[in-house]
Ligand binder design. Structure first.
Ligand code: SDX
Length: 394
């Protein structure tokens, strides 16, 4: 049955997770959101529309879309007192640390959402979180550079407003290029959900204790931060930069990634579920080429990435282990072209993944009538012993 995963490690304790949000068939490179193949979201990509489908189960009609969009616009501002918290972070603070802390802080400023009575209340909390995550991310970025905050512009749609808050200057509004808006909507859509990945399972686990939506998603941000998970998009750029700086050739890097004695991995390659291509990587590679051409950007990192892919996909080490490019392999090059700094790449992943976390939190909340997740273990420790007083210990 699609989405059925059991946590039964053979101990008879089955905590199973059933979900009807996202379906993945790893051997065939299939990914569907609420039954719709990912590839069908590429024309006129609209992240808000996909977020609504993931959270509420189907694509919104005109009225539902307009209502939710109006709620996103209305709730983009932060409580003015939240701004002081940013000043408490060092400018060098990792943006994912700031994002996790500030999402959790939303539960201090919006106590009305700590207990969600019904779907209407849940929808209001979801709109606030999806709207404010942009503002939190943009303020963290502006603060890191000592720049003034840009208030949200109510005339701008979701992605445009985020780019405005990130890059507008007091003397010049950020100029929105259609290709950039399309690319960023699509990047957010491609990151929006992915079944029981590390961060989504974290959100479900934390939410199963009855923790509120903000606290559960703040935990998801922390899980996503890891370099094996959402942090890989930053690590890919570091890898491509190292090769570009001439520290080593693509061939030498791939050889190092194959070496059992080295801790080096080909970042952006491999996946626990996809044992064939990651459909997101295929789309992102195409978006990357088109956007850089449209913007007239000749980024040497793209050529290096394509060279690494070519070498790895003809190498038996990667073929035997079914290692292919994943969602992180090309996404960073697109974000660079948009002008988003590497330090913010995983934050962008988090903004994209938020609707998936919210959808899973609510599914977990409404599916298991509040039962806590409690996986068991295979115990490999000592058999029963006895306490020896310290005076008798060697
Ligand atoms: C994401 O779960 C999700 O859905 C995640 C995600 C999402 O949308 O939420 O898709 C997003 O996290 C994508 C993955 C981003 N991470 C990276 O790109 C980091 C590099 N990739 C690897 O660390 C690894 O491929 C993982 C973590 C992604 C998957 O690891 P697995 O499934 O635990 O595989 P493994 O570590 O057991 O590897 C199996 C073999 C090993 O070699 P052997 O022991 O068989 O000799 O493959 C090798 C590994 O050494 N291997 C790699 C490799 N990935 C696996 N060797 C070199 N480079 C790599 N990238």
């Amino acid at each position: 049955q699609s989405g059925l995963i059991t946590f039964d490690p053979g101990l008879g304790n089955t905590g199973s997770c059933q979900s009807d949000i996202t379906f993945i068939e790893g051997d065939l490179g299939i990914l569907r959101y609420r039954g719709i193949p990912l590839e069908q979201f590429q024309d006129n990509p609209n992240f808000v529309e996909v977020a609504l489908a993931l959270i509420f189960g189907e694509l919104p009609n005109q009225e539902q879309y307009a209502q939710f969009s109006a709620s996103l616009t209305k709730n983009a501002n932060l409580d003015e007192d939240m701004k002081h918290h940013f000043a408490g972070f060092p400018r060098s603070a990792p943006p994912m640390a700031v994002l996790s802390a500030m999402i959790s802080t939303l539960s201090c400023f919006h106590p009305e959402f700590l207990e969600l009575e019904d779907e209407t209340q849940f929808a209001r909390a979801a709109a606030r979180l999806i709207s404010k995550v942009r503002t939190l991310a943009a303020y963290a970025y502006r603060r890191s550079l000592g720049l003034p905050y840009n208030y949200p512009d109510p005339s701008l749609p979701y992605v445009s407003n985020f780019l405005h808050m990130m890059f507008s200057e007091p003397y010049k509004q950020y100029s929105m290029e259609e290709e950039v808006l399309t690319a960023l909507n699509l990047i957010l859509i491609l990151h929006a959900d992915h079944e029981q990945n590390c961060s989504t399972s974290t959100v479900r686990m934390v939410g199963s204790s009855g923790a509120n939506l903000f606290a559960s998603c703040a935990a998801g941000v922390s899980a996503l931060w890891g370099p094996l998970h959402g942090g890989a998009n930053m690590a890919v750029i570091d890898m491509l930069e190292a090769i570009h700086q001439g520290n080593m050739t693509p061939e030498a890097y791939v050889a190092l990634a194959k070496d059992k004695d080295s801790s080096v991995k080909l970042m952006g390659f491999g996946h626990r579920v996809y044992r064939n291509f990651d459909p997101r990587a295929t789309i992102l590679r195409d978006v990357c080429e088109k956007l850089l051409n449209k913007l007239g950007i000749n980024d040497p990192l793209l050529e290096i990435a394509k060279k690494l892919e070519e070498i790895a996909l003809s190498d038996s080490y990667f073929i035997e282990r079914k290692l292919y490019p994943n969602v992180d392999f090309y996404s960073g090059i697109i974000l660079r072209a948009i002008g988003i700094p590497t330090s913010m790449f995983t934050v962008i992943f988090a903004i994209g993944r938020l609707p998936g976390w919210i959808a899973h939190w609510y599914e977990q909340h409404s599916q298991n009538d509040g039962k806590i997740w409690r996986p068991r273990q295979v115990y490999t420790g000592l058999n029963e012993g006895r306490f020896i007083p310290r005076s008798e210990r060697g």
